[in-house]
Design a protein around this ligand. Structure first.
Ligand code: NAI
Length: 243
């Protein structure tokens, strides 16, 4: 799938799924910028992916930082054609013990961050009559998960956001989709014990946890012309766990 000539921005691209996405978009020929709040790791990851990959340091919850990072990307690389809202955090706990700070922190990054980035790039995409926005949700947004009321609400919210914006932007050929990954091996899931992994594997028909590249390939597909007639959808990439 050829993304030559397109410019992609991946939030949370310094590590994990975001890094795999940035790598795959770059391999497909796109110009890539990663935006991450991790000032140490972002430039290292960018260099490892390719000399032409830029790293922007910004917190997706901060409108001023987002605006200035996007302005820099557009000046140095060109207008953004593909936005991947991937930055996400967890602050797990049972409802009875969940603080409102933990609620706000998760909703702010996972949902408001996607809103700020999407709003900032949508106008240019609409003007140019081409754009792809891909939001990284989660199967937890479809199923719920005990101990993750804040995270599940943010990921379910992202699905409602995806469908609403898809309806608003479709007439300008700006396609907006979500991917719902299952359990993917990254720092976010590194804390799982071997016993927990075994329990998970038993629930996954394909018999393995996912890798970042499993999600990245789906992103490249949705960003490509092969997905020209797909908008407002949630693509579940989870080894068959939810069906
Ligand atoms: P990760 O924790 O390994 O990486 C997240 C990246 O986002 C980090 O580079 C971090 O610095 C960045 N980030 C966090 N908050 C930020 C902020 N406020 N501003 C800018 N950057 C920020 O996470 P992972 O596992 O790679 O997950 C990526 C996305 O995929 C997240 O949205 C996550 O919710 C989602 N996901 C992950 C699953 C998994 O099993 N790992 C399953 C389903 C969804």
């Amino acid at each position: 799938m050829d993304l030559m000539g397109k410019i992609a921005l991946v939030t949370g691209g310094s590590r994990g799924i975001g890094r795999a996405i940035a790598d795959a978009l770059h391999a497909a020929g796109a110009g890539v910028a990663i935006l991450d709040r991790d000032a140490e790791r972002a430039p290292i990851t960018a260099r490892e992916i390719g000399d032409d990959v830029c790293a922007m340091i910004a917190d997706v919850t901060n409108p001023d930082q987002v605006a200035s990072a996007l302005a820099t990307v557009e000046e140095t690389c060109g207008p953004i054609d593909i936005l991947v809202n991937n930055a996400g955090v967890t602050k797990d706990g049972l409802l009875a013990r969940m603080s409102s700070d933990d609620w706000d922190a998760v909703l702010d990054v996972n949902l408001k961050g996607a809103f700020l980035l999407t709003k900032a790039v949508a106008r240019g995409m609409m003007k140019r009559r081409w754009g792809r926005i891909i939001n990284i949700s989660s199967v937890v947004g479809l199923m719920g998960n005990a101990g993750q009321a804040n995270y599940a609400a943010s990921k379910a919210g992202l699905i409602g956001f995806t469908k609403s914006v898809a309806r608003e932007l479709a007439s300008r050929n700006v396609l907006v989709n979500a991917i719902a990954p299952g359990f993917i091996e990254t720092d976010m899931t590194a804390a799982l014990t071997e016993a927990q992994r075994d329990t998970l594997r038993a629930q996954i028909p394909l018999g393995r946890l996912g890798q970042g590249m499993d999600i990245a390939r789906a992103v490249v597909f949705l960003a490509s012309d092969h997905a020209d007639y797909i908008t407002g959808q949630v693509l579940v990439v989870d080894g068959g766990m939810v069906m």
